[in-house]
Design a binder for this molecule. Structure first.
Ligand SMILES: Cc1cc2nc3c(=O)[nH]c(=O)nc-3n(C[C@H](O)[C@H](O)[C@H](O)COP(=O)(O)OP(=O)(O)OC[C@H]3O[C@@H](n4cnc5c(N)ncnc54)[C@H](O)[C@@H]3O)c2cc1C
Length: 479
């Protein structure tokens, strides 16, 4: 939708075809019996990127939403009875850090400063620019940047230079899961995730993350963009080096001079385009993990939840191994809970609660299919057991209704390849920058891509940035 706004404002006539009945995709919402849930995205990461992209749409981000700055970014539960309040406030962080590891507060400050430098550096030199050719990407300057960003070093190795306490190491590395990668394997560059949270803060738009999508849709309509919902594109018809038209599953067609695909890129290559070889190449890439998500309408309020809560497993390595190596789920998994009511009372009826539980899990493995019903049962049982252990004794009795998304649901509802909702193409350095699937098709030169699986990457801020980059490229190449 951000792409459609920029193009419409630059004189293009734009129509959006959406398979579902509403906009937003993985940033959509569910409304039921007075309860509201964000379907996917719940954490407004990297607000500076939202501000930049909104500015390019002619909008002031901070004026578009009623934004609440969360004083506690999240509460972490380690599984051994200990907790950690993750906050921008040094007065909150210092005593906790020093109690866990004397002398760690100054290390923490150094870690966050370095991580935020990584963010600014990678934003300026890697994330916020188009790479049109390999030569443009592999300049000596960029190679130095990749060394500066410590892309050769694992985040897990990097964090050990700052903290010895294994729980503190987890506090500042688990965020790699936001982009679907293992905290044990991700490059040190991703220390930018906790660093941006602790530097730029954690905002929440009243009304939920879907407000961002709603705002974009209304702005697009104002700019003259047409929307056609419940329209599934089944094929993109091509000739030698040109995309000709969309053929929808209901038989209707739409001709266009230029096509932008926002559906997940590996899915589009596999299902909508003819080249089997190109699609097969994408199959060999590393994919991010997936998630089993439970949305629970609760008949009781649980004020003990923070807005965001992270429940880490005390069998951390085993739980990550199950997700990233076995494409499955272990007993005693890590999970995250979004409970927006304490910030935004409109998310549930009075004295009730709306919580979403996100359990990271392996992506769909076509070669050795998983039993998702069994894994869903395991996730539910383990989450409820852990919540009981953490003092949420009667929560199960107060579940009025449950809506669950498994990796197969992500695959069928939003056409996300392998249900890899945090990617789907993973974010190792060989799949970033010029090495990430390009935002213009190499053969069909009027066919562009936008979204999480093209440059620069996944998560709402980077997806918005991809809209800015792809639009800039379209305007440059089609003026
Ligand atoms: C559980 C979960 C938690 C997340 N948490 C966060 C978070 O806290 N913060 C954050 O920033 N990000 C988060 N994300 C990631 C974020 O939601 C995604 O990065 C982002 O929404 C992806 O946007 P997109 O436009 O690339 O893809 P999508 O949102 O998937 O949009 C693609 C659209 O294309 C449509 N489509 C697909 N195929 C067709 C077709 N054939 N014809 C017509 N239409 C089609 C789909 O219906 C969809 O509307 C989370 C995601 C999930 C699932």
């Amino acid at each position: 939708m951000a792409t459609s706004i920029i193009l419409a404002k630059n004189g293009f006539e734009v129509t959006v075809f959406e398979k579902n009945s509403h906009s937003g995709g993985r940033c959509g919402q569910i409304l039921r019996d007075g309860h509201r849930f964000d379907i996917g995205a719940t954490i407004l990461l990297m607000p500076s990127i939202y501000r930049t992209v909104f500015e390019s749409l002619g909008l002031n981000f901070d004026e578009c939403f009623d934004l609440k700055d969360l004083s506690t970014i999240y509460k972490l539960y380690f599984g051994n009875g200990e907790q950690f309040t993750f906050s921008k406030d040094d007065a909150v962080m210092k005593p906790q850090l020093e109690a866990m590891e004397p002398g760690s507060f100054s290390k923490y400050k150094a870690y966050i400063e370095t991580g935020y430098k990584f963010f600014r550096d990678s934003y300026e030199n890697l994330l916020s620019r188009n790479f049109y050719t390999l030569f443009e990407f592999t300049t000596p300057g960029n190679m130095l940047m990749l060394i500066r960003l410590k892309t050769y070093l694992k985040h897990q190795t990097f964090i050990r230079k700052f903290f010895k306490n294994s729980n503190l190491q987890k506090v500042f590395t688990f965020q790699n899961i936001y982009v679907g990668q293992s905290p044990l394997k991700a490059p040190a560059l991703f220390s930018m995730l906790p660093a941006t949270e602790l530097t730029e803060g954690a905002l929440f738009p009243i009304g939920g993350m879907h407000r961002v999508a709603e705002k974009l849709e209304s702005e697009a309509r104002e700019a003259g963009v047409k929307f056609v919902f419940n329209k599934v594109v089944g094929k993109i018809e091509t000739d030698r080096n040109c995309a000709k038209q969309l053929i929808c599953t209901d038989g209707t067609t739409a001709q266009s001079d230029l096509i932008v695909v926002n559906a997940d890129l590996p899915y589009a290559y596999r299902k909508l385009l003819p080249d089997r070889k190109l699609s097969a190449k994408l199959e060999n890439k590393t994919y991010s993990c997936s998630a089993i998500v439970f949305h629970w309408g609760l008949s009781k309020a649980y004020p003990q939840f923070e807005h965001h809560s992270i429940f880490l497993s005390d069998e951390y390595h085993k739980s990550l191994d199950a997700i990233f190596n076995q494409h499955s789920l272990s007993q005693n998994p890590c999970f995250y809970i979004h409970a927006p009511v304490r910030t935004d009372s409109t998310a549930a009826p009075v004295n009730e609660d709306s919580v979403s539980v996100i359990v990271p899990v392996g992506h769909v493995n076509e070669k050795s299919p998983q039993d998702w019903e069994e894994l869903k049962k395991l996730a539910r049982t383990e989450v409820l057991k852990r919540l009981k252990d953490e003092g949420f004794n009667d929560l199960e009795q107060h579940i009025k209704f449950e809506i669950c998304y498994t990796p197969m649901a992500w695959k069928s509802i939003f056409n996300v390849a392998r249900g890899s909702v945090f990617g789907s193409i993973g974010h190792n350095i060989m799949q970033m920058g010029y090495f990430r699937p390009h935002n213009r098709h190499d053969r069909y030169r009027n066919l562009y891509f936008v979204g999480g699986s093209t440059h620069p990457g996944n998560g709402v801020p980077l997806v918005l940035l991809s809209a800015k980059l792809t639009s800039e490229r379209i305007i440059k190449e089609n003026s």
